[in-house]
Design a protein around this ligand. Structure first.
Ligand code: FRU
Length: 487
């Protein structure tokens, strides 16, 4: 039976791949081979390669019974597809192999994930979530543990919802495996449960590791816990978090929480929290440590309950991952930088210097798939910025308001996708603004002031919208602008 569902899914993709509409397919971001994808799963550097699994419904570009898709890469930029790793084909996971993690043990690759099972007719309420494992000798073909689940509903503590417990992330410290599990307290507050195990099979509940104070969303999905330069970071994806100032305006958010981890007591003392990304489309991030000692984060570059043009148009695919970003700690804050491997894909460099702007200038460059590095000197400008993917009717606008100290990403005229604006506070440094922008067919990722903040959004302009413009109210100078096609 196991082979059958997997085989069916793999064959379906092979036989239907030619039906993809590629117009909005990205050139240097990971997408599913066909159908739907959401969260990154099981992100790991294993036996010399990066493995990234993902929530996947291969048959249609809509969310459905979750499989685990699988891609591998040597450099985090160029990915190749492996056969689907998990299909919902046992009693424990028959309605979905939900999100989870992977870990190497005795040379084998273990997947630890949530089995989703419907228990009644109302799918929004009648379900059960338990945790199970699968393993592989080669990291490609997985066998599910016959004793699944390894964490059943009776191992969920009283102070936690027995149904919403999902998305295990596992790590090892001093020969003990620990698991953080997404949860809520049934009173509308997100929380994370901590478990431990000696063998990945027998798990003991330790404690409720951390919990919302009432302001950080209802269920904490996809938790991740790691140390960076000695600092403990808890990353979670809180559902239905309410806006706070300019932050958290999407239906669901992502935050990284700084604090102190007391593993013995199973407590993460919260100091503070910040968004991981300040744009529109960034959810369920997951990190991995690689052989170079880098902590890399990748997220689903979409947002739930949003409009998905490739789904609506019948393009037969939906969902993409962000560029993998290196997580760097600076002044007690996390900075996010595109992995340096992307530099190997730069082509056709165009470099411009000292462009004075007052009004609007069309730049002598075009493209739909590129990297741009710009340094603006604000001079006497009140407001300046750049317009991407422009034509007579379309534009995606990035504005810096000097008076309000706000950076603004507006996609009201970006084409057929969802619209709107996201804002975030940014300080000029010596009166300068430094932007590193990645545009890829239907995506924009803006790294502001060397990764201090990142804004990510999907856009769906028409093919002709390939121009770029810069603008300013008052005198402004572009000290340098470099553009590379990324192919
Ligand atoms: C997050 C999420 C997870 C769940 C998965 C199901 O986007 O809701 O909590 O495991 O998606 O596909």
């Amino acid at each position: 039976m196991v082979r059958d569902k997997l085989q069916e899914a793999n064959e379906f993709i092979k036989n239907n791949k030619h039906k993809l509409n590629k117009e909005y397919r990205l050139n240097y971001h990971l997408m599913g081979e066909y159908g739907w994808i959401n969260d990154p799963n099981g992100f790991i550097y294993y036996k010399g390669k990066y493995h990234l699994f993902y929530q996947h419904y291969p048959y249609e570009a809509v969310w459905g019974p979750m499989h685990w898709g699988h891609a591998v890469s040597e450099d985090l930029v160029k990915w190749s597809y492996e056969p689907i790793a998990l299909a919902p084909d046992t009693n424990f996971d028959k309605d979905g192999c939900f999100s989870g993690t992977s870990i190497e043990k005795d040379g084998k690759l273990y997947l630890v994930y949530t089995g989703h099972v419907y228990t009644g007719v109302d799918k929004s309420k009648d379900y059960k979530q338990t945790q199970g494992i699968a393993y592989s000798e080669n990291g490609i073909f997985f066998e599910k543990y016959h004793g699944n689940p390894v964490i059943n509903s009776n191992q969920i503590p009283e102070a936690a919802n027995k149904k919403d417990c999902r998305d295990p992330k596992v790590f090892k410290i001093d020969d003990i495996y620990y698991m953080v599990l997404g949860s809520n307290d049934e009173k509308g507050n997100g929380q994370v449960l901590l478990y431990k195990s000696k063998n990945l099979i027998n798990w003991d509940f330790v404690n409720i590791l951390a919990k919302s104070d009432g302001n950080i969303g209802t269920t904490w999905e996809c938790p991740d816990l790691f140390k960076i330069n000695g600092k403990d970071i808890l990353m979670v994806s809180p559902q239905y978090m309410k806006p706070q100032g300019n932050n958290y305006h999407n239906i669901h958010s992502t935050v990284y929480i700084t604090g102190n981890l007391d593993l013995k007591k199973g407590i993460f003392n919260i100091n503070g929290y910040n968004p991981v990304d300040y744009g529109f489309d960034f959810y369920a991030p997951q990190t991995a440590l690689d052989s170079k000692g880098r902590r890399i984060v990748v997220a689903w570059m979409e947002m739930w309950e949003s409009k998905f043009p490739t789904q609506e148009r019948g393009d037969n695919w939906c969902g993409a991952m962000t560029l993998p970003r290196e997580v760097v700690l600076k002044d007690n804050k996390l900075f996010f930088k595109p992995v340096s491997e992307i530099e190997n894909y730069r082509k056709n460099e165009v470099s411009l210097e000292n462009i004075s702007v007052n009004g609007e200038n069309l730049l002598p460059i075009t493209g739909d798939s590129y990297e741009l590095q710009i340094i603006f000197d604000a001079k006497h400008s009140k407001e300046f910025g750049i317009k991407l993917r422009t034509s007579e009717t379309e534009e995606t606008v990035l504005t810096y308001s000097v008076e309000d100290k706000l950076f603004i990403f507006n996609r009201d005229k970006s084409g057929i996708g969802p619209k709107g604006e996201r804002k975030t506070e940014v300080e000029l440094i010596d009166n300068k603004l430094n932007l590193q922008i990645f545009v890829d067919k239907s995506s924009v990722e803006v790294f502001i002031n060397e990764g201090e903040k990142v804004m990510t959004g999907r856009i769906y302009p028409s093919r002709e919208s390939i121009n770029l413009k810069v603008f300013s109210k008052g005198d402004c100078n572009i000290l340098s602008l470099i553009k590379w096609d990324i192919k």
